[in-house]
Design a protein around this ligand. Structure first.
Ligand SMILES: Nc1nc2c(ncn2[C@@H]2O[C@H](COP(=O)(O)OP(=O)(O)OP(=O)(O)O)[C@@H](O)[C@H]2O)c(=O)[nH]1
Ligand SMILES: [Zn+2]
Length: 188
């Protein structure tokens, strides 16, 4: 794992605190730069990880019908404002050639990709592409629903507005019947 530069973050946070008119040397803020550096290490740990490496466990199982893991909660960071966007991810795939992965590995891929500054669209397609490449399934569909703090606590201020993004690969691209079945299962 690539180390993040703690002292650079600490210096930057001190500067931000000064720039907003705070005194970084007052008691309550003294340890804040350190805490923020530690926090960034945690919430951005996916920057240097590859979600494809989550699929280190692949079973050989002759099941070529739908596998859906739904309601995988996640919190990511919007790359425009560095504010969280959070919600649920759903992953559906149709295995091929006996390549079925552990269910938790799907959730691990979401965790890795979530821990990056990004936009929701990229998060959705990165997860779909990783699964499509590693498991080589007939098809894959990733649906992500999220609320963006940059649209609720500032700017347009619309709490409750949800962004829904999908990424579809393989046979599901031309199979609207299977896609609606997946969406029904997600939302029933
Ligand atoms: N497509 C997409 N847009 C996002 C995402 N997260 C944040 N945004 C948008 O990124 C845009 C950045 O717009 P800018 O005009 O550069 O920034 P801004 O002046 O702060 O924009 P406002 O939020 O409208 O005040 C905003 O419209 C955000 O809603 C995302 O995951 N996907
Ligand atoms: Zn934003």
């Amino acid at each position: 794992m690539v180390e993040i530069n703690h002292s650079q973050i600490e210096e930057a946070i001190r500067m931000i605190l000064e720039a907003v008119g705070e005194n970084p040397d007052r008691e309550g803020l003294l340890d804040t730069p350190k805490r923020v550096a530690k926090m960034y290490e945690e919430i951005f740990e996916g920057i240097n990880l590859d979600p494809k490496e989550s699929f280190d466990l692949v079973f050989s199982e002759e099941h070529e019908e739908l596998v859906l893991l739904k309601d995988i909660s996640f919190i990511s960071m919007c790359e425009h404002h560095l504010l969280p966007f959070y919600g649920k991810a759903h992953i559906a795939y149709l295995p091929r050639n006996g390549k079925v992965t552990g269910l938790s590995k799907l959730a691990r891929a979401i965790e890795i990709v979530a821990k990056r500054p990004q936009i929701q669209e990229r998060m959705t397609s990165t997860v779909a592409d990783s699964i499509y490449e590693i498991l080589d399934p007939h098809g894959v569909m990733v649906v992500i629903e999220a609320e963006h703090m940059c649209m609720t606590m500032r700017g347009v201020k619309k709490p409750g507005a949800k962004a829904i993004t999908t990424a579809v690969r393989g046979s599901l691209v031309n199979d609207s019947y299977a896609r609606s079945e997946i969406l029904n299962l997600i939302h029933n």
